[in-house]
Ligand binder design. Sequence first.
Ligand code: JFZ
Length: 445
Amino acid sequence: MKTNRTLLLCLLLFTSLSFGQGQKDYKPTEENLDARKWFQEAKFGMFIHWGVYSILGDGEWVMNNQNIPIQAYEKLPTFFNPTGYDAEAWVKMAKDAGMKYITITSRHHDGFSMFDTKANNYDIVDSTPYGKDVLKQLADACHKEGIKLFFYYSLLDWHNDDYYPRGRTGNDIAGRGAGEWDKYIAFMKAQLTELLTNYGEIAGIWFDGHWDQKLWDGKRFGALQVDWHYDEIYTLIHELQPQCLIGNNHHLAPIEGEDFQMFEKDLPGKNTTGFGTSASDVGQLPMEVCETINGSWGFNLQDRQHKSKEELIHYIVKAAGYGSNLLLNVGPMPNGKIQEEHQQSLKEMGLWMRKNGSTIYGTMAGPFLPNDKFATTRKGNTIFLHILDGSQKVFLEDFGKKIKDVKLFPDQSKLTFQQNKFGLFIEVPKDKIDSVDTIVEITLK
Ligand code: JFZ
């Protein structure tokens, strides 16, 4: 009797644990491991949030934030006509900025597909005057230019009735119906099959929206109220394209079947946003930090919080100091153009990366965690110290390794240093200080 009860308990525990779990017994293929290595070294990508919401110039959450009824929102596609869209120009812009990949919204929370889906008619080809597949154009341009392409894919959908039970967002949008969850899962699988069949090699899928199904009781977020069927979804993706890297913006420790871990608007484990990933949930997978070039993801006409060159450089340097990539977002305008201020910022990043990229690309996290004074990256026997606060003097506590020499990275001039049992002390002459980032190259024996 007692053993029976224990058995039952174990069974219960097992089923509750396996509910909503990832791809069982996932073993990444050789291609996948190579892709992870490429990703870890790539360090810089362009995030693009673009959809029919861009027309309203109020971000990608506008449907929820303004509670726009389904019927009204459906008018947006009827005048979405991005005649200024030039996929090649975007790809060249990303390349010139020093970016190695692009991650674009294939379908955001508003449920509108920016590609030629057959799973419904709510897409760029079937319901806009433009009538062309913008993702196909981007995929072709990326493949031509050697830029890898990732698709952002929203798990959450404010338009599809089968997204039912609904989550904690979009509940005041009028006109939503009550469909069937299983049909919604089938819909997503059909769309993901299209995305991984019709656009050539896809470097990764960037999931988002998981958190919508954890309801808020006024104090805390509860458990998931649905099964996302990640086992089937992740297996499907890896079967269609084994090298395809799966990441999921669920703000948790990685789930089995995922190939990289992302951190939204925060350095790994920092959680200053309050909804981010805690330090204990930082896993072993390649990492990516995403951040906006201004204060918004989707195009926002009123946003003037354009980040300075210094802020952007510091962000990529600190991300690299954690061993992480930076996925920097732009929100193109409804005409298909990227606003001038952001083109300018991208150019500045490109200039900096051309000069200093070898201290970022292909590096791993350095021996000291980034802080507001400095960050470190490492490549083999070389440690790059990035001084971010304009100081001439830096003390690296407990620096135990034997040093061959210490040089200023840009002109390779020798720097004086002292090493003792407390650590390493480096001094940079005043006239060699770069107020944005003074890079010092420490070669180990
Ligand atoms: C998500 C999206 O909602 C957002 O539109 C954008 O695409 C960004 C990259 O990812 O951001 C989130 C994620 C989680 C919450 C809110 C926004 N959350 O938990 O409330």
